[in-house]
Design a protein around this ligand. Structure first.
Ligand code: BES
Ligand code: MN
Ligand code: ZN
Length: 505
């Protein structure tokens, strides 16, 4: 979908559909948002009269479609309910954009104009509304049907959406917000598609090829370490996870250097480390069968790193970021790692693997140690790490852990800004004793209590030299049930975080 910003009186925009907002319930006169009121005047009050019929439900996101409104250049007018004015906030904004998208999908309009200023949320500003209108629309129009031979329903007609500012010039700010949003949406789409692809397609080799493709397209630096490189380096933990698999493991390093060349650091301001288990059977500690297919999403951290880098490169952000992706399968088999095996990690510390299903931390610990060589100002790992995190925070917030409170605060702020939220959990020493092992430096599991905390505590033992945070996205990276599919989270958060670290936002 093509997006643009237009500054024009709404009644004069010659679109297939003009989308405007109204607060309901309310008397029909006061209900229409500001730019919509000017459209109504041009239409001789036709919009107010339509609202007065009571056909638009007050629920935010409900829509009313009008045809051939006099005085309005657009062929159709879509009035979207914004809910009650007093209660209008981010949640109603999202419902309204989603509702508009749903209605636009169902009609034949090839292009539309949305009066974005009328949808803006108090305290968040117009650039925020532009960004989130684009992201919301792209989310709603996303399709993953490449593996269906019969495409039903047919693709929606809408190919272009103008975000109309109603009055005043098209500001640089609004243009920048649009550019950022479209690139972010491209990154979210990439993460979603990689997540949705089946595990017989999206293998570690596929992810490596995808990284090489991004590198070609956006002139990024790319390097892929193979099994023999890992052996030479001594990545015993990563290698123990891949032992039962026929698919070769990869460690992908992708670099985007967008900061001004004059700026001293070639060193990245941010390293993003993404868990890339392309399928998690649990290994010898085999998972139960129900919903095991969803373990194809266990590479979502990796997908979000590729998505974030694509977004930052696409918008030419002024920041240096390195993405590090350890990727392999976790399979049972004659060569698989056994519970009780002890391995030596890249850091030199030894680990007793008491449960082969706690594999994410094993590939991450070696990748985190490896990240030290880039001397990043901060490291954030992203992982579908624990079922316990889903129990703790559900599907709303990602779990946040950090060994540096400044970094944690920056991530929380970026998450709030992008409405891709996180909630901080403790990394206290008190939990470390749960990782005690009788036979090695540590065990890879800490028992049932505080499962996501002990997983983070395990990682903390490998990040002492780093300013580091860990995002557990087990509950937020995908949806189950009828709506099963990748969400692309936390790409919006990561992009905002990197932009804020660039010092430009
Ligand atoms: N990939 C899973 C975590 C997961 C499970 C995410 C369910 C989303 C839904 C991870 O590798 C895993 O299996 N973790 C175990 C750890 C346990 C063995 C200590 C878990 O959470 O059960
Ligand atoms: Mn597992
Ligand atoms: Zn896993």
């Amino acid at each position: 979908m093509q997006f643009s910003i237009k500054a024009q009186s709404p009644e004069k925009i010659p679109a297939g559909c003009l989308v405007l907002g109204a607060h309901l319930p309310g008397d029909a006169g006061g209900a229409l948002a500001r730019a919509a009121q000017s459209a109504d005047r041009a239409a001789g009050g036709a919009l107010r009269r339509a609202l007065a019929q009571g056909d638009l439900s007050p629920k935010a996101g409900s829509t009313l479609l009008l045809h051939g409104v006099p005085g309005i250049a657009a062929k159709r007018v879509l009035i979207v309910s914004l809910g009650e004015r007093r209660e209008y906030g981010v949640a109603a904004f999202r419902d309204a954009i989603r509702g508009a998208a749903g209605a636009l999908k169902g009609i034949g309009a090839k292009d539309a104009a949305l009066l974005v200023a009328d949808f803006a949320v108090a305290g968040r500003g117009l650039p925020w509304a532009v960004r989130n209108a684009v992201l919301g629309m792209r989310e709603a129009f996303y399709r993953f049907d490449q593996l269906k031979t019969q495409k039903k329903p047919p693709a929606p007609a809408l190919g272009a959406l103008a975000l109309a500012l109603a009055t005043g010039p098209v500001t640089l700010q609004a243009q920048a917000a649009l550019k950022e949003a479209v690139a972010t949406a491209d990154g979210v789409d990439l993460a979603r598609t990689l997540g949705n692809l089946p595990p017989n397609v999206c293998t570690p080799s596929y992810l490596a090829d995808e990284a090489r493709k991004l590198a070609r397209q956006f002139k990024l630096g790319v390097e892929v370490l193979e099994r023999r490189d890992m052996e030479r380096l001594g990545m015993g933990a990563l290698l123990s996870v891949t032992a039962g698999s026929r698919q070769p493991p990869k460690l992908i390093v992708l670099r985007y250097d967008g900061a001004a060349k004059s700026k001293k650091p070639r060193a990245p301001q941010l390293a993003l480390v993404g868990k890339g288990i392309t399928f998690d059977t649990g290994g010898i500690s085999l998972k139960p069968g129900a919903e095991m297919d969803e373990m194809k999403f266990d590479m979502s951290g990796a997908g979000s790193v590729l998505g974030a880098l694509r977004a930052l490169a696409g918008m030419r952000a002024h920041v240096n970021v390195v993405g590090i992706i350890p990727t392999c399968e976790n399979m049972p088999g004659g060569a698989a790692t056994r519970p009780g095996d002890i391995v030596t990690t890249l850091s030199g510390q030894t680990v007793e693997i008491l449960n082969t299903d706690a594999e994410g931390r094993l590939i991450l610990c070696d990748a985190l140690t490896y990240s030290e060589r880039f001397s990043p100002e901060a490291v954030v790992d992203i992982a579908t790490l624990t079922g316990a995190c889903v129990i703790a925070l559900g599907h709303v917030a990602s779990g946040l852990f950090a060994n540096d409170q400044g970094l944690a605060d920056a991530i929380r702020a970026a998450g709030d800004d992008a409405w891709d939220r996180v909630w901080q959990m403790p990394l206290w020493e008190d939990y470390q004793e749960q990782l005690r092992s009788n036979f090695a430096d540590m065990a890879n599991i800490g028992g049932r209590p505080a499962g996501s905390v002990t997983a983070a505590c395990y990682l903390a033992r490998f990040t002492k030299k780093l300013k580091w945070a860990h995002l557990d996205v087990a509950g937020t990276a995908w949806k189950s049930g009828r709506e099963k599919g990748s969400t692309g989270r936390p790409v919006p958060l990561l992009v905002r975080l990197a932009l804020r670290r660039s010092g430009r936002k």
